[in-house]
Structure formats: C-alpha cells, structure tokens
Design a binder for this molecule. Structure first.
Ligand code: KG4
Ligand code: ZN
Length: 340
C-alpha cells in the first residue's frame, strides 16, 4: 500500500510517500522559518497562504523524485490537528479533493501521533510497548505507547512546553526565531555552572513538568547581569542544562515506573544534542534503550504522517468522512471512539 502523507499544521509544508512493503520512498519539506523570522514568531495567515502556494508543487516534486504517479497512490493521510486552523485546512482540503479524484481513502491524523511513531522509521526500531517523551514547541508529554492508537498519558507540562520555553528564553536573550536551535548553539560556548537555575518539579513525585518559572528565572538573570555575549551564552547554557536535567530525570522515572525498557524521544526538542547525550548516559546507567527518529524527521515533516497513516489504513481504521480539522485535540482522546 502506497500512502501520501501531508503535514501543514504550523510553519512547515511536508509531503511524503510511504510504502508498506518498501518503506519510506521519499519526503520533501518547505520550511517557512525565514518568512516568519521577520515577525519573531509564526503569523497564522501568512502560514496558510504559503501552504497553499507550496503544497501542490511539493507533491509533484515528490512524485518525480520517487518515480511514482498520482495513480499509484492507495491512500492519503493528512494532519487533522492540533495546529493552526487555517494551515490545517489547506492540508485537509488538498487531501480530501485528491482522495475524491483518485477514489482512494483519506484519513485525518493527530499530529502528535505522527511524532510519536516517527522513531519507528529508524532501524533498529523500538518494539511496542514503550515510553515516549514528546517534546515539541506545543507539547511536553510522557506517554505509554502500547500499540498504534493505544496512548496513555503519564504526565505533561502544567504550563509552557519545553520548546516554547526554549523559544521564549531565546527571544529574551535577543536570539532569532526559532529560538531552540539558536539558544542551543550559543550554549555551546557558555559555562553552565556560572549561574544556578531551578530544576522545576524535579522532585514532585509525579511525571508532570513546569517550565514557565525557568524562563522567568532566566529573564531575571538577563536583566540583572551585564548582557555581554559571554553572559548570554552562560545563561543559555545554564537554562539548557536545567531543562535537560528535568526532561531526563522524568523520562527515566517514567521508564522505571512503567517497568518498560525502551524510551522513544520525538518532537523538535529531541534534536537537542545535550538532551541526547544526557539521555544516553542515563540509559546506559539504568539499563534502558533510547530511540530517536532520524534527525531530519525530528521536527515537523510529512514522513511521520505518511507512516502513521499507513499503519492506520492498513489496520482498516478510516475515520474521516468529508473533511474537517481539529485545531485543539488531546492525543489520549484517540483511545475513545472517534466522532469526527
Ligand atoms: O516538533 P516541532 O518541529 O514543532 C511543533 O510541533 O511544535 O518542534 C519545534 C520546537 C521549537 O520550539 C524549537 O525551538 C524546538 O522544537 N527545537 C529545539 C531544537 N531544535 C528544535 N529546541 C532545543 N534544541 C534544539 N536543537
Ligand atoms: Zn510537531
């Protein structure tokens, strides 16, 4: 079965072709980062318009690249939510009309399910069940993943997401959007020990997170200290160290409390090198395995949607009639019978 995946939930237009026999045939992506950078964040209306401009040319480019024709496609998966309503509608309407024209099934997917299953695109892949740490710009969650569609929320952030905290702290340090990679870059030349920042909720006894206080603590430091570039790098390094320590401690707690021995890390913050290194050390010390998607599939992309869609279509789960989007949508709602 050949599945076309379409991702347009935020500021990346992604398309991919996944074949259930041959694997991922190809994926193409257009990032709007440069366009939004001027405004210091994503402008929803500009995002929607750009998805309209990019989606069809990218799909044609993907077909050319993979040597496939539209008529070869057996099913289409698109990101139904959560995300920006207008941006989601672009993917949803292209998927629905293409599906209608080709006479193939169309399925709307949860964006986080795409991220969650994306490490299964690597070899060796994790085996069900596993614990997943989802760390993106909008979410920070620990889940128990029993199978495709079986997601149990173990803990989540009570305020900002980890990526959001990276982005906001980067902004107050005067770094360009998107802040996460920019902050991580200057942190490389900083001393993480010069400033001591809190490790919020590290001993809370549950699997929840809180990151907004950390961002405020970094702001207080930035206002108090003379903002030389070395000081900024030191604050960035202290911030990154604090956030990584909390993510690693809670992930290890989730692994031990579920009795599982595999941790899957997904979402944009999963690209962070210090997070990867620290998790690796913890995993070696505590005897569990860590899996990541390939680096280019950590942030938003069409491959994860094509893959998750193929799993669902192959299992005969087709939920979408007509087309609809769900800008707000909790992942554990997938366990309940779908109404959309
Ligand atoms: O998963 P993603 O591409 O989009 C969402 O669904 O949110 O994640 C984007 C987030 C942004 O907050 C970005 O700053 C963060 O991931 N990010 C990073 C790094 N690369 C991306 N944060 C820290 N270190 C990185 N290297
Ligand atoms: Zn994402």
């Amino acid at each position: 079965m050949l599945v076309l995946g379409i991702e347009t939930s935020c500021d990346e237009t992604g398309v991919a072709l996944f074949d259930t026999q041959a694997g991922l045939l190809g994926h193409t992506l257009f990032s709007q980062v440069a366009m939004h950078a001027e405004y210091g964040g994503v402008v929803p209306e500009l995002a929607s318009r750009d998805h309209v401009r990019r989606l069809l040319p990218l799909t044609l480019q993907l077909l050319l690249q993979t040597g496939r024709a539209l008529g070869d496609i057996d099913g289409i998966a698109y990101t139904q939510g959560p995300g920006l309503a207008g941006a989601l509608l672009v993917g949803a309407s292209v998927a629905a009309s293409l599906g209608f024209a080709l006479g193939v099934p169309v399925i709307g997917l949860h964006h986080l399910e795409g991220h969650l299953l994306s490490p299964l695109l690597t070899a060796p892949a994790p085996r069900f069940p596993f614990v997943a740490l989802l760390v993106s710009g909008g979410h920070t969650q620990l889940m128990r993943v029993g199978a495709v569609g079986d997601y149990e929320l173990l803990g989540e952030t009570v305020d900002d997401a980890a990526g959001e905290a990276f982005d906001k702290t980067a902004k107050l340090l005067g770094l360009p959007y998107p802040g996460g990679p920019a902050l991580a870059k200057i942190a490389d030349s900083g001393n993480p020990k010069r400033f001591k920042l809190p490790r919020p909720m590290i001993a809370s006894g549950d699997l929840n997170f809180s990151f907004s206080g950390l961002k405020t603590a970094a702001l207080t430091l930035a206002n108090r200290e003379n903002a030389t570039s070395q000081t900024k790098a030191d604050i960035a390094a202290a911030f990154q160290q604090a956030i990584v320590e909390v993510l690693v401690a809670k992930s290890a707690d989730a692994v031990s409390s579920t009795g599982l021995d595999q941790l899957v890390v997904a979402g944009g913050v999963g690209a962070n090198r210090l997070l990867r290194k620290t998790l690796e050390q913890k995993a070696n010390a505590e005897g569990f395995e860590v899996f990541y998607p390939p680096l280019d599939l950590c942030t938003d992309n069409g491959a994860m949607i094509a893959y998750a869609g193929a799993q669902r279509l192959e299992a005969g789960i087709i939920r979408t009639r007509g087309f609809s989007v769900r800008p707000r949508w909790e992942l554990d709602e997938l366990r309940r019978p779908a109404t959309a």
